[in-house]
Design a protein around this ligand. Sequence first.
Ligand code: FES
Length: 346
Amino acid sequence: MKIQVNARNRTHLFEASPGEKILHSGLARGIALPYECASGTCGTCKAKRVSGEIDDAWPDAPGRKSLKSADEFLMCQCVARTDVVAEVPAYVQMMDTGSCVPCAGAGRIASTEMLTHDVMLIDVDTDAPMEFDAGQFVLLGVDEVEGMRGWSMVNFDRHARRLRFVVRRKPDGVLSDWLFSGTSRFGTRVSLFGPLGHATFYPSLGRDLLCIAGGSGIAGVMSILSRAEQDDYFSRHSGDVFFGVRTARDVYFLEEFTRLRRACGQGLTVTVALSDEEPPSALVNDYPLIRFDRGFVHEVAKRHMAGRLGNVIAYLAGPPPAVDASIRMLLLSRVTADNIRYDKFS
Ligand code: FES
């Protein structure tokens, strides 16, 4: 199928394979179509159909709330049934040279491990090496569950053959129910599309690093820290990580944070913020290289970063309301929008 996208600045033409989402077709050809979650929730990828027929894979997608007419559709959920001409209300460029162009792939679940009562660490071995930037995510799907979900990579490796993810059990998450059912998922084939996401970290940015993450949003932060460690970034710039969870039983990665603190020295600080209770003394005593505090993660970050926000680049991740609260806090603290990076997906 031929797809023509009329953007504000130019027209893009590309082919879509049968069954391929229009967003995926364009991105895989290096066209930087607008998106954020890539999974039907945010509405950022909306377009208006001028001609042609499309099928909507998820007519109840939350992101459809942003659509204003019957001709509008979400490119991340729709497939072309015929040649399609569409308008996108945005400037759309080709991706920068050197950026990781997303593509479809596949792999197999290599291991799973419970990190807390409701958080699982999952390793996926990919059929082919994948290039991604620190802070990016992929869409992952399995045959037994309809649709794909966005998961951030925890690791950072060039030509990665293994992707590591953190997944939190969601009350109404179908893929999450499948994962947490108690049945071993070892060896299950998975489909992948990625890498995706704009909240990428490069050592050449040359600014102090501030990461504020709620819950499983810490995944992308771990990838950024891995990249920074590999580049010895914290010998040149400071790094401050704030990890927000509700209670002590929700916290994880403490051993890895301790290892990073030892490896990166004084340049890196890690603060765990508990929103619902005072940090228990056992936790504080067992992990002396990690700071613990009480409060919402953006408030704790504001307190500890007072007077030190002048040269930061901030990476935010987690539930959308928590990301929004951090954005407000940073903008009110005069961090400019171009130094605040996030991908809102849940
Ligand atoms: Fe399509 Fe978020 S709804 S990118």
